[in-house]
Ligand binder design. Structure first.
Ligand SMILES: NC(=O)c1ccc[n+]([C@@H]2O[C@H](COP(=O)([O-])OP(=O)(O)OC[C@H]3O[C@@H](n4cnc5c(N)ncnc54)[C@H](O)[C@@H]3O)[C@@H](O)[C@H]2O)c1
Length: 273
């Protein structure tokens, strides 16, 4: 919170998976800036990043770093219970942990790629719901759940069977869970970003998909290719652009928005359509 005004999520407690990553960290900071406390969940090997994030805060006690793997339900249940014990009633969940792995055409899709996409991007989100919904249902102020989908959750693209399957599945799950949480004052929505400037997309393997002609492509080499798919003049958006959308959906400004699917995509999905 800044400037003495009440924050847009003042006093709320948020549970964010993949909180050490580009979008997760930006969202944790944005929610804390607007008055929330955040249970920041990521893998054990990412704990140093969460500690750094915590130390960068004016009030480090607003962020609780917790080690858990979304493929392991008991570890997430322990994380949710710890957050509840230390911060009180849980009101916001951002199911954000996810991976993008090289796939190729479906007949060449390695079983290991499919398995990791499904276990992290899909089963991991189901586990996040299973670990947190019992706590959300106890919150008399209601709750807001945001599932991190993608433009791949709106329209398919080539060579991404696993990623597309998991991200479209989140659309159906969000509507199912909007029914389940509605009677408890809970809302469930999805976000659908286009490319965001994080390691997930701007890594060497992924850049090579866009510039197979270059041995070692850099982000600057793919700007034109990324811009072509959009109505607005941008190659990739910032993590803060997604964080702002999550903040809105998490806040009471969105109190009657549930079952919605919000593109944050510079017009890319309607351009394809
Ligand atoms: N970056 C993009 O262009 C983009 C676009 C659309 C959607 N998304 C989605 O947004 C989400 C966040 O992406 P990002 O760009 O911040 O990626 P990122 O790679 O920067 O961060 C992802 C985080 O998830 C964590 N994670 C991975 N597996 C995990 C597991 N099993 N348990 C717990 N944590 C785990 C990683 O450690 C990492 O910190 C993902 O679900 C992604 O699919 C990203």
């Amino acid at each position: 919170m800044s400037g003495g005004r009440a924050g847009r999520v003042e006093g709320k407690v948020a549970f964010i998976t993949g909180a050490a990553g580009g979008i997760g960290a930006a969202t944790a900071l944005r929610l804390i800036d607007e008055g929330a406390r955040v249970v920041a969940v990521d893998l054990e090997r990412r704990q140093p990043v969460l500690q750094q994030l915590r130390e960068s805060l004016e009030d480090p006690s607003a962020l609780l770093p917790v080690s858990a793997d979304v493929t392991d339900l008991p570890s997430l249940q322990r994380a949710a219970e710890r957050g509840h014990r230390e911060f009180g009633s849980l009101g916001i969940v951002f199911a954000n942990a996810g991976v993008l792995v090289p796939e190729g055409p479906v007949e060449e899709l390695p079983a290991s790629a499919w398995d990791s996409l499904v276990s992290i991007n899909l089963t991991g989100v189901v586990h996040t719901a299973q670990a947190t919904f019992p706590l959300l249902k106890q919150n008399p102020e209601g709750s807001s759940v945001i599932l991190a989908s993608s433009t791949a959750g709106i329209r398919g693209g080539g060579n991404s069977s696993g990623y597309t399957a998991t991200k479209t599945a989140l659309v159906g799950l969000s509507e199912t869970w909007a029914h389940e949480l509605g009677p408890y004052g809970g809302r469930v929505n999805t976000t659908h970003p286009t490319a965001v400037g994080t390691d997930l997309v701007l890594n060497r393997d992924n850049l090579r998909r866009y510039r197979p002609d270059l041995p070692d492509p850099r982000p600057d080499d793919v700007i034109e290719a990324f811009k072509r798919g959009k109505l607005l003049d941008v190659a990739w958006i910032d993590p803060a652009d997604v964080a702002n959308a999550v903040l809105f959906l998490a806040s009471d400004e969105a109190r009657y928005i549930t079952g919605a699917h919000l593109p944050i995509d510079a017009g890319s999905t309607i351009k394809w359509g």
